[in-house]
Design a protein around this ligand. Structure first.
Ligand code: NAD
Length: 491
């Protein structure tokens, strides 16, 4: 077997070794012995160098007209699109999701890059009348400075692209710290932006552990904003350690799908299968709870079990595969642990629950029923193909069940009754509610994010993403030729 390629950090426009002299490997979770490359274990000094590079080029990048910045992004979008197949198959090898989903991930990166390229000609502020004569009032957007972007592995191109492209179009410079489970995808994204003509120093990437590189980014006093997507506990640590800088957090979920007894059950079935077992349950928006009305419980359980039985586990590059592996051994063990917890809590295991005898970090698609809202399997984020079914008598109980968790990212309701749908839309505490569709399927021009322990008010996507990565400056232009005092010289 060929020696795996040794990939580098990207600092000030150059691909360089880490000062640490250490590396780590990225493997294929479907075939853990296959090493895709070795990557630099970054350290504090690498972070310092990257921040210095980003700081020194900031005035030049900020001084570049936003439409010109947009043209570089547009070139990057084209390059991503041209390389979609190659990027998607590498992604499947690095993180295991089936290749159709990897194509979707690449497409999402293309979409957000194209969208943010167009933002270069908008970046709207607003104007409003003044209370005084001969005075104009308006707002403009300012970049923040150096942004530290810390990303998870489950959308290894899309999530970095959501952050990087938005930060860049607003005129910020970037230090990107990707997940150590998917450094190859991260490297490909940085290579693409470099090829698209991004000036040196504008985007820097330091790979390495969260505790070392991630924390160094978070604590760095010359990093003006940190935008993080990942686990709730990591987000809480970041919020504590970041000091006086902007922090954006997109964290976990325990999302639920409500199926009312008037729903189109075949449609709901497809939604639950896609939401619960797509990406092997490893999406922040995965549907890990199904809340069904009592009347249809037995029937819907049978439909689910029949469908789950047909799901084919395997290597995501094979066209017949429905469900790929989990990202690593720890994730596999976590799903197994929660199956035991569920059994001990008295939930009934309907199907799955085991690590199959396969090479790779696979786990059987699993369904529990007779769950109650307070069970740990119905409360905690498992991030694996383990779904809990809870039955309720009516819509009020369904909404209470959905709202019973600490998280608030995505939610869905299947019903033909518009009134019930509207009740759900207005009463579910979550950043996203889907009607007659699964918990999954965000589009890049709409806001994305959650409430409660999922987020702290920031949203990515569209104009709300621009808000995360820009400061608003209020401008008053007084052309009266005299000192006019607001609130005093009125009337
Ligand atoms: P994670 O929190 O373990 O890691 C995310 C990133 O944070 C990685 O780059 C990691 O190296 C870094 N990190 C870890 N410890 C750090 C520290 N002390 N300081 C700074 N950085 C640190 O999460 P993960 O396992 O990569 O991703 C899965 C989690 O992400 C799940 O909880 C999932 O719900 C969540 N997620 C949320 C969204 C969303 O938009 N809300 C999207 C995708 C994933």
């Amino acid at each position: 077997m060929n020696k795996p390629k040794n990939y580098k950090l990207f600092i000030d426009g150059a691909w360089v070794d880490s000062v640490s002299g250490e590396t780590f490997a990225s493997d294929n979770p479907a075939r853990p012995k296959q090493i895709l490359g070795t990557f630099q274990k970054g350290c504090n000094e690498d972070v310092d160098k990257a921040v210095e590079a980003a700081e020194s080029v900031f005035p030049k990048w900020n001084g570049t007209p936003a439409p010109e910045r947009g043209l570089i992004l547009l070139r990057a979008a084209h390059l991503l699109l041209e390389n979609k197949e190659q990027l998607a198959s590498e992604m499947t090898m690095e993180m295991g999701k089936v290749v159709q989903e990897s194509r979707g991930d690449v497409q999402e990166a293309v979409d957000v890059t194209e969208y943010m390229a167009g933002e270069g000609r908008r970046l709207f502020g607003f104007t409003t009348p003044s209370e005084l004569r001969k005075k104009l009032c308006l707002t403009i957007r300012m970049p923040i400075g150096v942004c530290g972007l810390i990303t998870p592995w489950n959308f290894p191109l899309a999530i970095p692209a959501w952050k990087i492209m938005t930060a860049l179009i607003c005129g910020n410079t970037v230090l990107f710290k990707p997940s150590s489970d998917t450094p190859l995808c991260a490297t490909r994204l940085v290579e693409t932006l470099d090829k698209a003509g991004l000036p040196k120093g504008v985007l820097n990437m330091v790979t390495g552990s969260g505790d070392d590189v991630g924390m160094a980014v978070v604590k760095h006093e010359n990093v003006g904003a940190v935008s993080f997507t990942g686990h709730r506990d990591t987000g809480a640590t970041i919020l504590r350690e970041a000091g006086l800088k902007r922090v954006g957090l997109e964290m976990g979920g325990k999302n639920g799908i409500v199926v009312m007894d008037d729903a189109d059950l075949n449609l709901a079935l497809e939604g639950v299968i896609w939401g619960g077992y797509g990406t092997t349950g490893q999406r922040c928006t995965a549907a890990s709870r199904v809340i069904v009305q009592e009347k249809i419980k037995n029937k819907f359980e049978r439909m689910l079990v029949n469908r789950i039985r047909k799901l084919k586990l395997g290597n995501g590059l094979k066209p017949e595969t429905d469900v790929g592996p989990l990202i690593n051994k720890a994730a596999q063990e976590k799903s197994a642990k929660y199956v035991e917890i569920g059994k001990n809590e008295g939930a009934k295991l309907l199907i799955g629950g085991k690590i199959p005898a396969m090479d790779g970090f696979f786990f059987e698609p699993t369904l529990f029923t007779n769950c109650t809202v307070d069970m740990r399997i119905a409360q905690e984020e498992i991030f694996g193909p383990v779904v809990s079914l809870i039955s309720v008598r009516n819509l009020d109980e369904a909404i209470d069940a959905i709202n019973s968790v600490e998280y608030g990212l995505s939610s869905a309701i299947y019903t033909k009754d518009i009134g019930k749908a509207c009740e759900a839309i207005t009463r579910i505490k979550a950043g996203l509610t889907y009607v007659n569709s699964s918990t999954i399927g965000s589009e890049v021009h709409l806001p994305f994010g959650g409430v409660k322990h999922t987020g702290i008010g920031t949203r990515e996507g569209g104009i709300e993403g621009i808000n995360e990565f820009s400061e608003t400056k209020t401008v008053y232009i007084d052309y009266s030729g005299k000192l006019q005092k607001a609130q005093i010289d009125i009337g």
